[in-house]
Design a protein around this ligand. Structure first.
Ligand code: HDE
Length: 695
């Protein structure tokens, strides 16, 4: 029996079946091959049949083995997260590359080269834990950093602003976006009346709405998203000197999104698209990486900003306060057990370490309460910090005792402090956590600062910063979402807000919704500050021309040309992408030279939406058969419609014709692998006008 202290993580056994049982902080690990037993350790002789009065008789209550097994099973689920229920978690590490010693004494931010273990969880917000990975939704980007001075949870999103300014509005926002309570739908969707009703009556949400309607909410991969701490935090140095800080994660693979029609189809083709993508990347050793960057600024600088940085509906443009890269995060280990780690991980924005402190952002202040509270009901015990994924990796000691599922067995008679009866008990220390020394004055009131009242200038800045393609996507997303809203007054109210943001956007959306009258109204009636465009707010501008970490689908059949396939596979691999061979049947195909090639995916179950670009290599005979196969025609038609590069050999041309593919820069000859790789590194934006009508 192997003994290890850290339970599931410590077994080191990847394939063996094992059960961990807590025993006073020690874990007895039963490894592969051990006798099957009850939870009391009683060996089980028959795991196939319950105890019956006779072969065809009733089951007996006496069967404690059956009852224990079923009872445990009945309680296998814990309440899912009220928001961010659907998530994917991965282990990794953070490495500091630049010291922030001038600004903070947090050890994790001062020891260059130090690697700190992390657990990151990416999530959608609105859907339940079994919902698809790809709705139009904000993504959670939560990182638990197990520092030497305690756990620091940076619980952020892939969008740098939020819908509301005050925590007291959060339950209303979430009730509005979740499925409508009388009918129990829609699942994981903002395109319905209650969401847009709330939004139309909450002007502060407009900035986040602009982001949510952009392609940011359609990430191609969790590995290709930015992350933001959203709120301003404070750093405190050795002298207690405060500096404000905003945290940014930037993916080294660059930002990338899917197009809407593709996203909708991915949800059907592979509801686990993002989780599988991350799993496959980690399994293949293609570890995703992010830079951690900070924006640092003083209170004096903040006072001069044309917005209030304590308002979570505002961001600080990079042009105003540049980003300073201070480290990198690498995710390199898939959890051993989804439930034990990804489901039970408990993030709390209140988990900070000495040298990092909060700001007065009223949204953050509310979050400091909410997360601890939610863990108590979700995990059922104030001892949730003892679950291995939540436990600090540094020593921790205090006089807190007992409670549900207490795993520790403290010794001795002293459980209080101060005391004179123990000489080695935990004591306060000078290096302990300190709050910033701030002076607060004013009248106590339920009030919102005047400086929080400009709801339109930054949404406008976001919109005018986008490329023409992205602006069209935003307008179309708004038309799509609002077209699902049944109440015309809600649609009109939202368009009313859009007029304060950008007249052209409002006109496009109103026209798309078939609204009369509104397009001719004056653009705005409220004062809006004119901010310069900030190109850093784009996605297309931040897309890297690379195939690194991307996936290519090769459609082949019996008789396909071996040479063409080999050349494509070699070029794709060299460019850092993975590939899958797709054919009408799973197993193997027999190629032109009679050699065999392993097939990774069957055509009907592996549509082109799962890839970044496709190659079609077919004999003329096979192509002619596939012209009568809807899955093959859709494979090519969708790749074209989703603006992907398509390489095709001469045999495949008739399939391309059947799918309505028209030659352009992204449709290349399969022999020309270099051109294909270049075209596959981005989407063919110029093609979009020819394949769909955008607002
Ligand atoms: Fe959360 N949020 N939130 N949130 N949030 C939760 O905590 C809450 C907010 C975010 O992978 C819950 O453990 C309130 C902003 C992430 O486990 C809950 C308010 C941001 C995750 C909760 C906010 C976030 C959560 C649900 C307004 C971006 C998933 C289960 C004051 C900065 C973490 C849980 C994970 C999860 C409350 C607003 C990000 C209920 C009250 C702003 C990434 O406690």
């Amino acid at each position: 029996m192997a003994k290890t202290k850290d339970g599931a993580n410590g077994s080191g056994k990847k394939n063996g079946q094992s059960t961990s049982v807590g025993n006073g902080g020690e874990w007895h690990q039963q490894s592969h091959g051990a006798a099957l037993s009850t939870n009391q350790g009683v060996p089980v002789s028959d795991n196939q049949n319950s105890l019956r009065a006779h072969a065809r008789g009733p089951t007996l209550l006496e069967d404690f083995i059956l009852r224990e097994k079923i009872t445990h099973f009945d309680h296998e689920r814990i309440p899912e997260r009220i928001v961010h229920a659907r998530g994917t978690g991965v282990h990794g590490y953070f490495e500091l590359t630049e010291s922030l010693a001038a600004y903070t004494n947090a050890n994790i931010l001062t020891e260059v080269g130090q690697q700190t273990p992390v657990f990151a969880r990416f999530s959608t917000v609105a859907g339940g834990s079994g919902s698809a990975d790809t709705p139009r939704d904000v993504r959670g980007f939560a990182v638990k950093l197990y520092t030497k001075e305690g756990n620091w949870d940076l619980v952020g999103n892939n969008i740098p602003v939020f819908f509301i300014q005050d925590a007291i509005k959060f339950p209303d926002l979430v009730h509005a976006v979740k499925m409508e309570p009388d009918r129990g739908f829609p699942q994981a969707a903002t395109a319905h009346d209650t969401f847009w009703d709330f939004i139309s009556l909450t002007p502060e949400s407009m900035h986040m709405v602009m982001w949510a309607m952009s392609d940011r909410t359609l990430p191609r991969s969790l590995r290709m998203m930015e992350g933001f701490g959203v709120h301003s935090f404070r750093l405190l140095n050795e002298d207690g000197q405060p500096t404000f800080v905003k945290f940014h994660w930037r993916p080294t693979l660059g930002l990338q999104s899917t197009v809407w029609d593709e996203t909708v189809k991915i949800a059907g083709a592979d509801p686990d698209f993002h989780r599988r993508d991350m799993f496959e990347a980690i399994s293949a050793g293609r570890f995703p990486e992010w830079e951690l960057a900070v924006q640092l600024f003083t209170e004096k600088q903040a006072d001069a900003f044309p917005f209030d940085h304590l308002d979570a509906t505002k961001l600080i443009p990079e042009e105003l306060i540049p980003l300073k890269v201070i480290g990198r995060m690498v995710l390199n280990r898939w959890p051993d057990n989804f439930f034990a780690e990804t489901e039970q991980v408990a993030f709390c924005p209140s988990h900070v370490v000495p040298g990092i402190d909060f700001s007065n952002d009223p949204l953050l202040q509310g979050r400091l309460f909410s997360y601890l509270d939610t863990q108590l009901s979700r995990l059922g015990s104030p001892n949730f910090h003892q679950i291995p994924v939540n436990a600090p990796k540094c020593p921790f000691a205090n006089q807190q005792r007992d409670g549900h599922m207490q795993m520790a067995q403290p010794r001795g008679r002293v459980a209080y402090e101060p005391n004179s009866l123990s000489t080695d008990g935990p004591r306060e220390s000078l290096a302990g956590f300190r709050s910033a020394d701030t002076h607060e004055s004013g009248s106590k009131a339920r009030i919102r600062a005047e400086s929080f009242s400009d709801h339109y200038s930054q949404p406008r800045q976001f919109y005018i910063s986008q490329s023409a393609v992205e602006q069209a996507h935003m307008a179309s997303a708004l038309v799509f979402e609002l077209s699902k809203v049944e109440h015309p007054h809600i649609r009109a109210a939202v368009v009313g807000h859009l007029r304060h943001i950008d007249a052209d956007l409002a006109r496009r959306v109103a026209t798309g919704l078939g609204m009369e009258g509104l397009p001719d109204l004056p653009p705005t009636t409220v004062p809006v500050q004119q901010f310069d465009p900030s190109p850093a707010l784009q996605i297309i501008g931040k897309m890297k021309a690379t195939l690194e970490g991307r996936a290519i689908g090769l459609l082949v059949a019996d008789g396909s040309e071996r040479g063409a396939i080999d050349a494509l596979i070699a070029a794709i691999g060299k460019a850092g992408a993975s590939h899958k061979v797709i054919a009408p049947r799973i197993g193997q195909v027999t190629l032109s030279d009679k050699s065999r090639l392993k097939v990774d995916g069957q055509l009907a179950g592996t549509p082109s939406v799962l890839f970044d670009a496709v190659a079609v290599v077919l004999s003329a005979d096979a192509a002619s058969v596939l012209c009568t196969e809807a899955a093959a025609v859709d494979f090519v038609r969708d790749a074209f419609g989703h603006l992907k590069a398509i390489a095709a050999d001469s045999g495949a041309q008739q399939l391309l014709k059947k799918a309505g593919v028209v030659k352009d820069d992204g449709v290349v000859d399969a022999d020309d692998v270099r051109r294909f790789v270049t075209a596959a590194k981005s989407r063919q934006w110029a093609r979009e006008k020819s394949v769909r009508t955008l607002a």
